[in-house]
Ligand binder design. Sequence first.
Ligand code: ADP
Ligand code: ZN
Length: 433
Amino acid sequence: MGCWNEKIQMMPRKELDDLQFKLLKALVHRLYDFSPFYRAKMEDAKVTPDSIKKLDDVRKLPFMSKKDLRDSYPDKIFMASKEELVRYHASSGTTGKATIVGYTRNDVDMWAESLARSISSAGVERGHVVQVANTYGLFTGGLGFHYAAERIGAAVVPSGTGGTERQLDLIRDLGVNAMAATPSYMMHMGEVADKLGISIKNDTQLRIGLLGAEPWSDKMRDRIQDWLGVKGINCYGASELSGPLFSECSEQTGIHFWKDIALLEILDPKTQEPVGPGERGEMVITMLQKEAYPMIRYRIGDLSVVEDDKCACGRYHPRLQRITGRVDDMIIVRGINVFPSQVEFSLLTNPEVGNQYQIIVERKGALDTMLVKVELKPEAFSDNILQLNAMRERIEGKLRSLLNVSATVELVEPGTLPRFEGKAKRVVDRREY
Ligand code: ADP
Ligand code: ZN
């Protein structure tokens, strides 16, 4: 099996730790010397580059939060000039505004390098055909897998999302070996194939699913593997970090975080102290090589566990287990991040909308659906169906353009949605993983 950049993938633990420390030190120097934003943050935390004497000293550094990113819209914390930038992507922010991420040529290169290693460790190799059924465009999923697969010499089918029957034709006609998608889209594709009388297991060569961008379980993996004959490889990333960056190796025992790309901490969300080995906590990520949009101790909001022993594959890069929740209230609908605060932001731009709303997420077949129940103001409510329908369509349109995922809106009478004495429970998630 091919192993992209075997030297670093198989590096002994001590060498990896030394390399990680060297990169951390260089990063802190660069931020302190050249970024007014990070320098101010470090001065507040009373640290200088000299404070970093060993890897654990990363804990002296200040955190970055989603708020820091939001406040820096669009490019206040970029550390690259217009001449050095070669790409922009965007991710959903917690309010109406997206977070913009800039890339230098080296950033795009590092991103492709990281994911190329990952998918090669999962079994993708030169000569394979890789269908990328993730969203292309401002989202990072499509182009991330695209570049990674090309880098190792695989041929890419950039199918993007949707058009499932056509995707199935391509899988059969081109002898596709691996597909990048969300796990729920993989399931949906299986259902469509069944309806058309196509067996993915017997009639195609698709054997590797590079699946991620949303939470999924071992149970779902077992189903995908048994039913479709596709190995379910868990993949992880986020646009703030560059895009999809890491995946499991073919042993499927956790997502290898390349130690020269990222330094991963798992902390107790309340105390911000490291959790014990094997304990669940909040992921905090320092990106060691990013140029335009650096990231130190970024509180990404995902909860998980890390295993740091040697993997059965021989690699020492730590393995992130399944993500089991979020610190905040972000939900992921068809691979797209949705914050209830974004929904609220959009709803309240409509003068007729009252104070209460509820988001109901379900899974119909394999695909997520989102229903938003919206209370109207008493003066806006009427029994004029035509008028209400027009209003509903306008509210739906605004939501779709902000969230990038469609939602069905149901307008309800004032006073009919549940009220809460404590924290409002705005989201009802009925999906099973
Ligand atoms: P992406 O294009 O990967 O969806 P985003 O920046 O839109 O990137 O979303 C990143 C978030 O998606 C992560 O913080 C995490 O909550 C979620 N996510 C990504 N991959 C996984 C995964 N394998 N399992 C669970 N959640 C994931
Ligand atoms: Zn491994």
